[in-house]
Design a protein around this ligand. Structure first.
Ligand code: FES
Length: 158
C-alpha cells in the first residue's frame, strides 16, 4: 500500500479511515442524503449523520465537543439560503459558523476539518459528491491530533 505523509502534521495517512460527523437538517439535506441512498449514489461510509430539525440547531459547542472527542472532521449541511423551513435558521447558521474556522484554528485544529454546505432535498448526487470530496480532504489531512475518546455517542435532544 502506498504511504504518503501529511504536509501539515507529518502523519502518515496510509490505511487511515477518517471518522466524520455530518449534521443534516430534517427538511433538506437529510432528504438529500436519503435520496443519495435511494438513488444508489456511492459515497464513502466514513460519515455518521446527526439529523437536526434545522442547521440553526447546531451550536458551536457541538462541533468543539466532537473534535474534543477525536472526530476527524465535521460537516454541517442544511437547506439553501431562502429555503429554510424556519425561514432564517440557515442564515443564522451561516453567521454563527463564520466564526468557527478561526476559532478552530486558534485551538490548534486545522480549519479544513470543518465545513458548511447547503444541500436541497433533490440534491442526492451533490450530497454524495460533497461527502466524497470532504472525506478525501480529511483523509489527506490525516487523523485528528486529538486522541479518540468517542466511546458510545449519546445524542440528547430537548
Ligand atoms: S430547516 Fe433546513 S436549514 Fe433550516
Amino acid at each position: 500500500m502506498k504511504k504518503t505523509k501529511d504536509k501539515n502534521n507529518d502523519k502518515e495517512d496510509s490505511g487511515f479511515a477518517p471518522e466524520i460527523l455530518v449534521f443534516c437538517c430534517n427538511w433538506c439535506s437529510y432528504a438529500g442524503a436519503d435520496l443519495a441512498g435511494v438513488s444508489r449514489f456511492q459515497y464513502p461510509p466514513n460519515i455518521r449523520i446527526v439529523r437536526v430539525m434545522c442547521s440553526g440547531r447546531v451550536e458551536p459547542i457541538f462541533i468543539i465537543e466532537a473534535f474534543e472527542r477525536g472526530i476527524d472532521g465535521v460537516l454541517i449541511t442544511g437547506c439553501h439560503i431562502g429555503d429554510c423551513h424556519y425561514i432564517t435558521g440557515n442564515e443564522y447558521t451561516q453567521e454563527r459558523m463564520a466564526h468557527m474556522k478561526p476559532l478552530l484554528k486558534s485551538i490548534g485544529i486545522d480549519e479544513r476539518r470543518f465545513d458548511l454546505h447547503w444541500i436541497s432535498a433533490s440534491e442526492g448526487k451533490q450530497f454524495a459528491e460533497l461527502i466524497t470530496k470532504f472525506t478525501e480532504n480529511i483523509t489527506q489531512l490525516g487523523p485528528s491530533p486529538i486522541p479518540k475518546k468517542l466511546g458510545k455517542i449519546e445524542i440528547i435532544c430537548e
